[in-house]
Design a protein around this ligand. Structure first.
Ligand SMILES: [Zn+2]
Ligand SMILES: [Zn+2]
Length: 178
């Protein structure tokens, strides 16, 4: 069972929509019905950068006893994330084949780029990044096909360019793992 976790008050309608999309991408109904609400570990926030340290949040998720019965956990944070020497990351998986992953919604909003908000576009971006990180948890590595959801995206332009689905090569691989 894959749990979806949020670090603010959960919007159930929104998460039902996200869950439906992920189930279609993975052709699996192995996602938990309700979204869990957790609090962010304070130590993850870097005051100077005004960003959260992604590995620290992932560590907190791994240590959280409320999540230990789930095979995989997807966390969604509003805060901007950074990791290692990267200025920011859209998301991060603990490791290939790991148990927990994280996606930040911050840079997926049109308003981040000073553009009018677009709810449908936001949901599409979030489901792409969520599918990408869950893909890593299921053992998938990056794909060279720029329109595949497993391609590495460095900018929102690249997120928008790729499709929300696995390419035919990745689809074959993921089938064996779901
Ligand atoms: Zn990746
Ligand atoms: Zn692919």
């Amino acid at each position: 069972m894959i749990a979806i976790v949020t670090f603010k008050k959960a919007d159930n309608e929104f998460f039902a929509e996200l869950k439906g999309r992920l189930e279609r991408v993975f052709q699996s109904e192995d996602f938990s019905d309700s979204v869990l609400s957790l609090s962010l570990p304070l130590a993850a926030f870097n005051e100077e950068r005004k960003q959260c340290n992604s590995p620290k949040i992932l560590r907190g998720m791994l240590d959280n006893s409320a999540l230990e019965n789930y095979d995989k956990v997807l966390g969604i944070v509003d805060e901007d994330l950074y990791a290692a020497n990267l200025n920011f990351v859209f998301g991060q998986a603990e490791s290939i084949g790991g148990r927990v992953c994280l996606v930040s919604s911050r840079r997926l909003y049109q308003s981040f780029y000073n553009l009018p908000e677009n709810a449908a576009l936001f949901l599409m971006r979030l489901s792409k990044e969520a599918a990408h990180e869950i893909g890593h948890l299921l053992g998938m590595t990056h794909c060279h096909n720029k329109s595949c959801v497993m391609t590495y995206s460095e900018s929102i332009r690249e997120v928008d360019f790729k499709r929300g689905q696995f390419c035919s090569v990745c689809k074959e691989k993921i089938k064996e793992r779901c």
